[in-house]
Design a protein around this ligand. Sequence first.
Ligand code: SF4
Length: 467
Amino acid sequence: MRILIIQFVASAQGRPGPQFSHDLGVAAAMLRQEGFDIALAALNGYDGALLRAAVNQHRPTHVLIEVPPTRLTAAHHTIVDVAEKLFLPVIIVGRYATCQPEQAISGPGVIVLVRGEYEHALLRLFESLRDNPAWPEEIPGVWFNSEEGLIRNEPSPPVQELDSLPDPDREIFHYGRAVAQTGEATFQATRGCANWCAFCLNDWYISLYRDKGQYLRRRGVGRLLDEVDHVTARYDGVRTVTFCDHAFATDAAWVEEFATEYPRRCRLPCRCHVRLNALDQRIPELLARSGCRQVDVEIGSGSSFIREEVLALRTTRQEIITGVDALKQAGLKVRGSVFVGAPYESEVSVEETLDLLATLQLHQVHPRVFYPLPGTRAAEMCAENGWISGRAEENFYSGHSVLDMPSLPSARIDEIFRRYEALLRRRSGRSLRAWWQSLRTISTQPLHLFKRPRRPRLPHGPDRPWS
Ligand code: SF4
């Protein structure tokens, strides 16, 4: 049985390449272990010719599509082509299938979807199909369009022992190519998240798995580092190890073990995500001791109303200031993400965000034009206010706002986003050239050059970090 996985990736010029996904990689590894023939094709939108070429090359018996909520139109066209022109059965997985299952299963061409974590459900589904071509009806998490009607199966509890899962298959993502381009290897230490940010779909998963065991789960440090060893030995050119999960640093006891073990086993610098509303005071020093050089934090907005009420980031201004200061004092570079054009954004809230960023003096700022992900509470809020324009999902990757808000027109949001570096530079009074140079240094500096802890920098004057 041959399974072709279709993955939608960020827009790229030329032929799109696959992007590593931990969850898809784990599912592919489990299916391969059981003898299934797995291939993956990346699309950066609807592309009938590329789809047909992938099907001709791999000759699949089934097509598995990971549908992201940012690619619904492209995915719908693709699914129709697979089902009605190429006559192949389509199974969909991912956030869209999980959070909007009624809509997803009623799309033309979709026979089966899997809600929630999908590796075990897929394994059971394909094993059953291998033994008996009739679609099985009672697999947890699987929704099936049968002749008698729609069958909805409740998902099983999420996998409690993450260490029982195999390492993700990286070969289907041509991982060596990605490492050669970026010098980075990415890993995931946790599954689940205890937060419910309004711009994220995590709250759907929390509801789906309510009363079904622990939702935020963590791999053992040793098992995680086994994977790091394996990947860094296998792929030449890894210069940085990145832990992508947002809950990576939320358990101080786990981070303490990581801080002891990581430097023993890996000489490469690492980076991770830190939640400022869950920052145990021991975490900055532990991360610095582990070999972590840069952390990503979510600032969201300088407006307390937008950050706490609209985006539900549940992080106060004081927590942000105190947390960033503690991270910097431990010697960590801090990159902060902010939205431009979040719901209720105005000229005033843009100024508040720039003010907060100037106070924080981060090493890097990552502005993003807010995009209302379908299925999120933030998107519902925008729809209820009549702010969702006809401008569609292709804008997700292009930095153009899709919201029409009376408080800040979309053209102004786009302009602010385009000029964000200049606005911030003017506010912070620092040299853009020095800023970019400092960013390049973060990703190329060898670990042994990293000195810690550093004295806190003065916000202004000759000792400020960017001068
Ligand atoms: S912390 Fe990250 S993963 Fe968790 S709800 Fe917020 S955005 Fe989603």
